[in-house]
Design a protein around this ligand. Sequence first.
Ligand SMILES: Cc1cc2nc3c(=O)[nH]c(=O)nc-3n(C[C@H](O)[C@H](O)[C@H](O)COP(=O)(O)OP(=O)(O)OC[C@H]3O[C@@H](n4cnc5c(N)ncnc54)[C@H](O)[C@@H]3O)c2cc1C
Length: 477
Amino acid sequence: MSSNLTTREFIRRLALGTAGIAGTAAADEFTATNKTLPPGSIGDPANVWFGQRIFPLPHTIEDGPSCRMEGGRIIMPAREIPVFHTTDVVVVGGGAAGFAAAIAAARAGSKVALVEQSGSLGGLFTNGMVLIVLATGVRQEDGTWNLVTRGVCEEFMRRAQAMGAVASTGPVPKTRHWQPTIDPEAAKYLMDSMIAEAGVEMFFHASGLDVIQDGDRTLGVVFNSKQGLQAIRARKIVDTTGDGDIYFAAGCGYRQITHGIGFVTRLANIDRVTAKKGPADPGIAYDGKPNAWPTTSNEANGTARWIGRLGPKGNGLSVRDVSKAEVLHRKYWWEHVTRMRKTPGWEQVYIANTCSQIGPRATRLLESEIICDRAAVAAGRGADETVGWFGNCGAHNGMPLPFRALVPRTGGDVIAAGRCVGAPDTIDTFRLIAPCFVSGQAAGTAAALAAQKDVPIRSLGYGELRQKLLSAGVYLG
Ligand SMILES: Cc1cc2nc3c(=O)[nH]c(=O)nc-3n(C[C@H](O)[C@H](O)[C@H](O)COP(=O)(O)OP(=O)(O)OC[C@H]3O[C@@H](n4cnc5c(N)ncnc54)[C@H](O)[C@@H]3O)c2cc1C
């Protein structure tokens, strides 16, 4: 028999407790209408629209033991950590590097999980709204350009272009550098799609915290989320957190640097600017040079314009430094655009959004088996173990990436990729988006092979890795 739940009946059942509501309603074969609450709902009967969605739940997480004071120090008690998931390869950090690593590992035949602390993929590229993919091609002796960041990177760029999401300097980099500027929302959507197609298990809102070690074996990661601390058991781990959070936890050596902490903003209605030229604005100094206010778009979306600042230098791992930088940048942009909107011709421009991931350009750099500084690159160190190539960019020539630039010299059995690898004075090339895709693909492939062979990543033979990368379309020179 179906019945409607009156307000009085609802309150009576509420008084019985939630079990009373669910039990009674189920027995009554209650059918919800758009004017009534369904069985078990504890929503407000006067607000059925929301009430349809409100049900009691058992606790997702039971209270864990609290920290205690001991002699003036705060002590965290030992506790058992539940296993949330088991896989072959776990990739921690879903930026450009982690995205490529997860896809490559899955395509190399491994079961893969990707753990990301935010709610979308792409890291600085999308959430940091960096957008412009640099260093994709190498200029050859005859003056033509050779696209070297192939494999997952090229596939991604071409698919983004097919979606109409790219404003670029040309699809075929024969006569010009290919520097696609990709719409961030299209990029997030495409990354989600490609991750799902590759069969990768995607875990968002989960922050990698620690590794599980047993002697010299590394058996997975511990992550934190609203479900508390949980473990992912894995045969191999890829650290693509950008900050080396995981190799740090695995006891690997690293050096730490400061860099400019940047922040990207997107302006809307740039197509409605009626002034022909922008005034030079000393407030927008980038690398010390005052820019004129923009009058045209530089994005696939002609109404939008992204614009960034080098930002103050700081320690990207310091909560105080990044908090200060967030406030400083937002204040700057708000005041800047307010001035802009009071200027004839710019009245309709407004801030569409500011980046949701602030940009410390680099923090930890791995103490890798091969440190890829300029001297090592010039001497061709590791040229016999190339796992990818980066293109020309500014002061940097195109260069090959040696396998062991990704492998820690000491510490646990993990591999790194992206902006936290072993590249001290070369970091401004290694950290660019296309190079991060490339190092990610190499690291993911190596992790998958090492998992399949059950060998430590650092003792993986180069021959098979090379073959796998070549068959995945990676350019190796
Ligand atoms: C302001 C600015 C301008 C730039 N301009 C350009 C440019 O024009 N062109 C260019 O090619 N490059 C540029 N870069 C560099 C480039 O954008 C980045 O270096 C690159 O995108 C880094 O990719 P990544 O995957 O290594 O790291 P990230 O993009 O930082 O990705 C790391 C990911 O890991 C996640 N994460 C971090 N810690 C954890 C954890 N413990 N657990 C789980 N997840 C975690 C993060 O949320 C993030 O999604 C710029 C950078 C900045 C900051």
